[in-house]
Design a protein around this ligand. Structure first.
Ligand SMILES: NC(=O)c1ccc[n+]([C@@H]2O[C@H](COP(=O)([O-])OP(=O)(O)OC[C@H]3O[C@@H](n4cnc5c(N)ncnc54)[C@H](O)[C@@H]3O)[C@@H](O)[C@H]2O)c1
Length: 249
């Protein structure tokens, strides 16, 4: 695998958890990184870690569900770096953990806006540039929830299912333009996100994992690293599972 020297990567939700691990893995392997997050202090701290690895790195305050934020971020990157080569759509929230009958409409909308619209907006903002340069690698964070449909997580599951299908649609649109578009679907990964689950909600999810453990952010980062590498040039429109054997299809 060639290193990523000279490439610029955006990692949304890069301020902590899986996004932080991805940003640092890409920086470790040579990429300059843009850490985009609503929590700009967290993003700045990760950007500082990436600079410590010898890379150019900046933090951007971005709510991925707001088109104006996303457009401003990409304009700044093109001004400061001149190009963008890798986009990792990772920002996300768990959303409502409740039966469908009890999900507030605004929480449903917010969950879909961040995951699905956010992924759409970020792709839409970088794609014209990637088409012009005839190169780009896009990886989005789906979830096994988006394949299986977790009970009491309908908004999250639907948003992730949407990301899987969006990945396939976009991948076909740009397949001859030097751009690959893939997604990854982890099962439970040890981050702050799952702290929103009660032990009763978490136990059945863990019981489904044949390896009987949670995934690690670094394991997700390793798969993303492969998918943005030259070794994965013929892979597009795919959804790769990291589930300790739980995969459903
Ligand atoms: N942890 C898991 O078990 C798991 C499993 C499957 C998929 N995922 C997905 O992986 C991604 C990362 O999850 P994580 O566990 O690291 O979560 P996390 O909560 O630890 O980190 C999410 C990051 O996204 C940022 N963020 C939230 N809303 C945002 C917005 N509107 N705009 C920009 N940034 C925003 C947060 O500030 C935070 O830094 C999410 O898309 C999540 O759905 C997580």
């Amino acid at each position: 695998m060639k290193d990523l020297a000279g490439q610029v990567a955006i990692v949304t939700g890069g301020g902590r958890g899986i996004g932080r691990a991805i940003a640092l893995r890409l920086a470790q392997d040579g990429a300059d990184v843009v850490v985009a997050d609503v929590n700009v202090a967290a993003a700045e701290s990760v950007a500082a870690e990436a600079r410590g690895l010898g890379r150019k790195a900046i933090a951007c305050h971005v709510d991925v569900s707001r088109k104006s934020d996303v457009q401003a971020m990409v304009e700044r990157i093109l001004r400061d770096f001149g190009h963008v080569d890798i986009l990792v759509n990772n920002a996300g929230i768990l959303g409502p953990t409740a039966p469908v009958a009890e999900i507030p409409e605004e929480e449903w909308d917010r969950t879909l806006d961040i995951h699905l619209k956010g992924t759409f907006l970020c792709c839409q903002a970088v794609i014209p540039h990637m088409i012009r340069q005839r190169y780009g690698k896009i990886v989005s964070m789906a979830s096994v929830a988006g394949k299986e449909g977790n009970p009491n997580q309908a908004a999250y599951s639907v948003a992730k299912a949407g990301i899987i299908c969006f990945t396939k649609s976009l991948a076909k649109e740009v397949a001859t333009m030097g751009i690959t578009v893939n997604c990854v679907s982890p099962t439970v990964v040890e981050t702050d996100l799952i702290k929103a689950l009660t032990p009763e909600q978490l136990a059945p999810l863990l019981a489904k994992i044949p390896m009987a453990r949670m995934g690690k952010p670094e394991e997700v980062a390793a798969l993303v690293r492969f998918l943005v590498s030259d070794e994965a040039d013929f892979i597009t429109g795919q959804c790769y599972d990291l589930s300790g054997g739980r995969s459903v299809y």
